[in-house]
Design a protein around this ligand. Structure first.
Ligand code: OSB
Ligand code: MG
Length: 367
């Protein structure tokens, strides 16, 4: 068994800057991993970026953890579930773990000759698509929404922050009274803001995403009981147990599943099971992934347990020129999962090289 794990760090300009409560992003700096073993080439992407603003991980910590602790467990090419058990002794660092776990999903799906969405379990073959819009002046947001609706998006999510919620949501509802609308605060509020947050009820959102602390469940439960708007958790759900606890104490009834945040697809699948057992809802989010990471998200978003429209927009929403030759396109508000084996993307190696800011070989092995 011979193998090689290498990475490329790419810096890709976004088509439109993306502003959330934690900052304005102009580029996506993605870590792309490549596994070559036994004649098979697999790819994955770490959802980390340069800064630890969404979570504590960033590209440097991911590389460090992979290099020092995770790669030894990749070398025997275990199935993803086994890999996750072997690396459980490393606390946290889910994004680093997910990068290798997803490499193994691509690798094993290729060995089986199956497209990833089918290898994962029960696929609908397609994913319902929504759009996540960064914070912009109100008029810009209104015109982006109008374009998105014309393009067929099934749900509109806008970013909000403290003091910048009632104005924007009111303007959107004045103009589009009936659309499927949600808002994502990325942890910008505290429980002291409960009276302000309750005012959001008047906008009839499908849900309010992650209003409170990134590791909070208790205050979300308190908030959920005092609002009519359902709460959706993103940052707070980092593993299966957190999802169970959230349902146990009523922190929210919807989960934004991001495979990177929860340590990969094994955990994403278990979380989606827990969601459905508890009568909740889930959808697949995104981290502005390149076409490589996006293919994993779309495969997950195509699973039958995923019942709400996600943030897995087509590649062209993010990049003028992506690093894959077969980008996703949206039709009637759906994206079809790739039908090729594994993640089914044709990696554009020239594009990757063009965007490359660093690269390295992490490990070469023979056993
Ligand atoms: O909170 O869902 C989020 C992007 C980066 C970090 C956090 C989030 C997001 C998005 C964009 O909302 C989702 C996407 O279109 O990839
Ligand atoms: Mg979010």
């Amino acid at each position: 068994m011979e193998g090689k794990l290498s990475y490329q760090l790419v810096k890709m300009p976004l088509v439109t800057p993306f502003e959330t409560s934690f900052g304005r992003q102009l580029d996506r700096c993605a870590l792309i991993f490549k596994l070559e073993a036994d004649g098979i080439t697999a790819y994955s992407e770490s959802v980390t970026d340069t800064d630890p603003f969404y979570s504590y991980e960033n590209n440097s910590t991911a590389l460090e953890i992979i290099d020092r602790y995770l790669v030894p467990h990749l070398m025997k090419l275990p199935v993803p579930g086994e890999f996750m058990e072997q690396v459980a002794y490393v606390k946290g660092h889910n994004m680093a773990k997910a990068a290798l776990e997803m490499l193994l999903w691509d690798y094993h799906a290729r060995i089986k000759g199956m497209p990833l969405d089918r290898y994962l379990g029960k696929s609908k073959g397609k994913a319902e698509v929504g759009i996540s819009l960064g914070m912009e002046p109100i008029e810009t947001t209104i015109s982006r929404i109008s374009n998105a609706l014309d393009t067929g998006y099934q749900r509109i999510k806008v970013k909000i922050k403290k003091g910048k919620e009632l104005g924007i949501l009111g303007a959107i509802r004045d103009r589009f009274p009936d659309i499927n609308l949600t808002a994502d605060a990325n942890c910008d509020y505290s429980i002291k803001d409960i009276d302000l947050l309750k005012k959001i009820d008047r906008f009839n959102l499908q849900y309010l995403e992650q209003p409170l602390g990134h590791d909070d469940l208790i205050y979300h439960a308190k908030l959920a009981k005092s609002m009519s708007t359902p709460i959706c958790l993103d940052e707070s759900i980092t593993d299966l147990e957190k999802a169970q606890k959230a349902f146990e104490i009523g922190s929210g009834e919807i989960i934004n599943i991001k495979p990177g945040r929860v340590g990969g697809l094994t955990n994403s699948l278990s979380i989606s099971e827990v969601v459905r057992e508890n009568g909740g809802h889930c959808w697949v989010g995104g981290m502005l992934e390149t076409g490589i990471g996006r293919a994993f998200n779309v495969a997950m978003a195509s699973q039958v347990n995923v019942d709400y429209a996600g943030d897995t927009s087509p590649n062209s929403k993010y990049f003028k020129k992506d690093v894959v030759l077969n980008p996703f396109t949206m039709k009637d508000g759906y994206i079809e999962a790739n039908s090729g084996v594994g993640i089914g993307v044709e990696v554009d190696t020239n594009a990757l090289s063009g965007y490359k800011t660093a690269e390295g070989v992490i490990k070469v092995w023979k056993m």
